[in-house]
Structures are given as structure tokens and as C-alpha cells.
Design a protein around this ligand. Structure first.
Ligand code: LMR
Length: 397
């Protein structure tokens, strides 16, 4: 079975993180995977999470299985975070939510579900997108198509081309959209563009699928739902994959959710029954810990407030690093204008550095970033900024 196997290629993101760990240079800088680091370069546990965990440790009385879709309490809190407590989608109970192992789990469950319900449906991905997106949908057997998204020249959205591409999509295809903090470009549609997208998707009879991995890292927890809500106001069926890796710092606890908005409570129940069949064959039922933490934080006003303050603090630090990076490059005499980085949102900057420049940075300066030129800004600190900018200045030449 295995004798003749060649090595599989390393993962476009996590493979680089592995190489980083092996690098012996004491001044190495990791701007690869989207993991938040504080000013000291650490990835701390949110204090609200730590407190919730301490409570769980003393209060938890069983490790028995959760149900296939996870806890109902968690599902309700996820929906309130997505739509707002008083939203019609929540009160009418026409959306169903399953707790999934991370956002990736949610994407894959949805992909398998759609492939079983409508074999032959394709999924439309932005060009560029998170490098793991194509693999997840391909693994489920879905066909991949792409729509233009980002203009490398003027660092803007190719909105007209995006709309035009979607207008050619056959009815029933999925359109994957990043709710906010687009990964990798950090560039999101403006409010009126979301409205146009929602209308175009409705007109073509497409199914919007929202990847929501960065809620709260853009303009704010509620503000970041604007695109999702615009889609939901036009389209009665919407799929959402949520991740709490970044906004709760729960990365390794694999805490995510798959929410499917349907036309009625009855349809929702049918969808959930099929989601459960998919999940049962994939991982049976979810890991409990992260969902218990999230639920505990939402249910305690003090912990919730503490979490929100910490989350805002992350956003402020990331924004400060964007500005410091641009300023420091300028001070080092770099001619290229990098000011567009301060207009991008979320953890990532699409730097415009070429794959060759990225290779030079890694090989000669131990600065690691994704080959597309994507930089995890949250990996920058006031301490490593000088080394980083010297390296970038040298690599640009
Ligand atoms: C990233 O894009 O770096 C994150 O979404 C983490 C991952 O799993 O790739």
C-alpha cells in the first residue's frame, strides 16, 4: 500500500509554520499562520477564557458524549452572535446550528451535505482565497469555480468583474463569501456592494455560504455581521461557518459552528437531521470544551464584557502594527507605497511582495510569510519591527 508513496506537498500555511519552528536563527519572525500574538510575541489565553475554564473545571460533572450536533445552549448563542438576539431568523427558529470542530469542520460538513443533497453543484471561491478552501470542497467531491476578487494593481476589489462572474453561475451553485477581514487580502465589500451581491445571488438562485472566521476583528462584533445580514435579507437560505479560533483565542480547542438558515422551522428540522447524518459519519459528535467556554462567557455579563475588551485590544494592537510597519518602511527609505496596508482589515495584509521576495525573506532573513505575500500582521511587534523592515527593505532591493 505505502511502499511507493512520495511525500505530499507541505500545507501552504501550516507547512511554513513547521519550517519556522525548525529555523535556528534567534531573530526569526513568524508571519505565517493567522494566530494572534501580543506585543511580547506570545499567544496568550484570554483572561475571560481562563476564568470560564476555572469555573468549568470545578463545575463539570461528566465527560459523556454531547449529542451529534452539540449543545443547544451553544447553538443559541452562536445564532444570537450572528444575527442579534431579536432577529426574525432567531425568533422564527428557521436556522439550525451544529457545533463543529473549528470553522474548517463547519465548511467540510456543509460541503459533504451539499454534495449529498445536490451532487454536481459547484462552489465559487474568491480569487484569491484561503488556500485550504479548495481542498476542503474538493475533498467532499465538489467542483470548484472562482470569481475575480482582488486587483493587485490598485489594491482594490474587482467588484464589477466579481458580479459579472457570479451572473454566469448556474442556479443552485454555492458562492463562498468571507463575512469580514477577507483572508488573505484584508479587503471586504462595502455596505452597498454587499447589497448588490445579495441581490445578484438571489437573482441567479445561488446559495450564499459565508465563512465567518474573524467576527469582531474588523469593525466590531455587530458591525462585522453587516454583509451576512444583507445576504439574509434577500436570500431565505444561507449557510454560515463560524470560527471562534481567533476571536476567543480557542485555536486548538477546535471551536466552530455550522449554521444553516432555511425558509421555515420545519425545513430547518429536516436540514438538521441530514447535518447529523453527515456529522455522525465524519467525527460522530463534537469536542465539548471550547463550546462550554464560549457559552459560559456569553452567559456571564462580566466575562462577556471582559472578553469584548480583550478582543478590541487585539484589534487596536493589530492596527497599530499596520501603521508602524508602513511608517518604519518609509523611514528605511523604501520607495514603494505600502499605505494600502492600513486600509486592510483583520489579521492579514496582502503585502504585494512577490513569491521570489517572500522566498528571499525566508531564506536570507528568517522572515516567514505565505508565498502569496500574505502577512499575519498580528505576528509583528514593536520589538521585531526594525529587523522585519530591514529585511523587507533588503528583499525589495
Ligand atoms: C490562516 O489562514 O492562517 C488561518 O485560517 C489558520 C489556518 O488554519 O490556516
Amino acid at each position: 500500500m505505502f511502499d511507493t508513496l512520495d511525500m505530499a506537498p507541505p500545507d501552504a500555511i501550516l507547512g511554513l509554520t513547521e519550517s519556522f519552528k525548525k529555523d535556528l536563527n534567534p531573530d526569526k519572525i513568524d508571519l505565517t499562520v493567522g494566530v494572534y500574538k501580543d506585543a511580547d510575541g506570545n499567544t496568550p489565553i484570554f483572561s475571560a477564557v481562563k476564568k470560564a475554564e476555572e469555573r468549568l473545571l470545578s463545575d463539570e460533572i461528566t465527560k459523556s458524549y454531547l449529542s451529534i450536533e452539540g449543545s443547544q445552549a451553544y447553538a443559541e448563542r452562536v445564532q444570537r452572535l450572528l444575527f442579534g438576539a431579536g432577529h426574525e431568523i432567531v425568533s422564527s427558529r428557521r436556522a439550525v446550528t451544529a457545533h463543529t470542530p473549528g470553522g474548517t469542520g463547519g465548511l467540510r460538513v456543509a460541503a459533504d451535505l451539499i454534495q449529498s443533497l445536490r451532487p454536481g453543484a459547484a462552489v465559487w471561491l474568491s480569487e484569491p482565497t484561503w488556500p485550504n478552501h479548495p481542498g476542503i470542497f474538493e475533498a467532499a467531491g465538489m467542483a470548484i469555480k472562482t470569481y475575480p476578487y482582488y486587483d493587485d494593481g490598485d489594491k482594490s476589489l474587482k467588484f464589477d468583474a466579481m458580479l459579472a462572474a457570479l451572473e454566469t453561475a448556474p442556479e443552485g451553485d454555492l458562492v463562498l463569501l468571507h463575512a469580514c477581514c477577507h483572508n488573505p487580502t484584508g479587503l471586504d465589500p462595502a455596505p452597498d456592494q454587499w447589497t448588490q451581491l445579495a441581490a445578484a445571488i438571489k437573482k441567479r438562485g445561488l446559495l450564499p455560504f459565508v465563512d465567518f472566521a474573524y467576527q469582531g476583528l474588523g469593525d466590531g462584533l455587530d458591525e462585522d455581521t453587516a454583509g451576512l445580514r444583507a445576504l439574509c435579507s434577500e436570500n431565505p437560505e444561507v449557510i454560515v461557518s463560524s470560527s471562534f479560533s481567533k476571536n476567543f483565542g480557542l485555536y486548538r480547542e477546535r471551536t466552530g459552528a455550522l449554521t444553516i438558515v432555511t425558509k421555515s422551522q420545519e425545513t430547518g428540522a429536516a436540514v438538521l437531521s441530514h447535518m447529523k447524518r453527515t456529522i455522525r459519519c465524519m467525527y460522530s459528535n463534537p469536542p465539548a470544551h471550547g463550546a462550554l467556554v464560549v457559552t459560559a462567557i456569553f452567559d456571564d455579563p462580566d466575562l462577556r464584557a471582559e472578553w469584548e475588551v480583550e478582543l478590541r485590544g487585539m484589534c487596536v494592537r493589530i492596527h497599530d502594527m499596520r501603521e508602524l510597519f508602513v511608517r518604519t518602511l518609509k523611514e528605511k527609505g523604501v520607495k514603494e507605497d505600502f499605505s494600502f496596508l492600513t486600509r486592510q482589515r483583520g489579521m492579514f495584509s496582502y503585502s504585494g511582495l512577490s513569491p521570489e521576495q517572500v522566498d528571499t525573506l525566508r531564506e536570507q532573513h528568517s522572515v516567514y510569510m505565505v508565498r502569496s505575500g500574505r502577512i499575519n500582521v498580528a505576528g509583528m511587534t514593536p520589538t521585531n519591527m526594525d529587523t522585519l523592515c530591514n529585511a523587507v527593505a533588503a528583499a525589495i532591493g
